[in-house]
Design a protein around this ligand. Sequence first.
Ligand code: RFL
Ligand code: PHB
Length: 391
Amino acid sequence: MRTRVAIIGAGPAGLFLAQLLDAAGIESVLVERRSAEYVKSRIRAGILESASVRLLREAGVGDRIARDGIEHRGIHLQWPGERRHLDFVDLTGKSVWVYGQTEVTKDLMAARERAGQAAFYEVSDVELHDVESDSPAVTFTDAEGRAQRIDAEIIAGCDGSHGPSRHSVPRQHRRTLERTYPFAWLGIRADVAPSTDELIYAWHPDGFALHSMRSPTVSRFYLQVRPDEDLADWSDDRIWDALSTRLGLDGWTLHPGPITERSVLPMRSVVTSPMRHGRLFLAGDAAHTVPPTGAKGLNLAIADVALLSRAIAEWLGAGDTRLADAYSDTALRRVWRCTHFSWWMTTMLHRHGDEFDAGLQLTQLQRVAQSSAAATELAENYSGIPIEGLP
Ligand code: RFL
Ligand code: PHB
């Protein structure tokens, strides 16, 4: 089979790239290891920057966000005895949106089906070939067990943090920098109306807690736990008690409800560079991972792909490689900014170290709440820094 762009991975990065290329009249083939049902039901991120919402809308996949998304002006930052609202709209003019990654994925998959372009799900043995040549290829075994080969002009590695694409950049050309944090998140989804209007990020002596949401009837919560935490040790009562304590504030009540999903997420920062080698381009988690405290993972994937789709369109459309040549450096500047912000939010809000560290964290939180300069710094990063070259 021959196509113009072979896309490995049907997460948000791969699906959105496919959509943007289709809009530019460029044919692509998607190759995904999991089933479409599995990809659609995977629960992950929940917050979209307004620029991500605009990009999805411009690409024709924004109708449901406009209808079911919930626009938030900012977040609540909390530490014992204090809950302070940061209003991003007042500070930066930008809001953020609550709209689950599962919904973004469903919208993009529906658009892909409407576009009638090829997608292979449940594939195995994906391998990349000749990425340094002018005729790269992807081989794999399809869901029926048949050997397949896709010859392409460009390969987009959108296969997340465990996919094969990154490893197709030869070791001597590739640099991976990473930090593993000494804690994890226990995440739950519950069928209960949120007990808050906007997200609450809480520092607490027992550990960090986050109150998020998915809709007016579905809440999402996270608790800082040990990286080797056993979910079996967390009964529903223990989870709700810990959330009530860590999110607790006089005069405020947390409403518990039936827990419909629970998992433990490790916390890592990873940056791989360069994000291009020959005709292979990396985007999203295939090139970088951030801890979820800054709500950046999904937004970074969308921003990478906004840059990459333009670079590919210029190259394959007009033969102009300037944007493609600049892609890695341009994307990595933004990746590092978001990596710093995610690291900063993570280290400010999670218990680690000793009482000296706690003193530093608390003074930083108070500073953010008291100084409009400090608050604006958080707000600009959380609500989304500009994507270079885009209006
Ligand atoms: P994805 O979403 O991981 O998609 C990659 C896709 O590639 C497929 N794949 C392969 N396909 C073919 N052949 C192979 N050999 C393949 N290997 C892998 C995978 O099945 C998958 O479908 O990456 P993408 O598109 O770059 O999107 C990035 C976001 O998904 C990610 O940044 C965020 O979801 C991160 N993240 C979270 N971010 C938040 O802001 N808040 C969260 O609560 C949050 N929770 C999470 C998360 C990431 C998680 N992962 C990756 C472990 C929870 C989890 C469990
Ligand atoms: C979520 O709703 O899943 C969520 C929200 C904000 C974060 C991380 C996760 O920082």
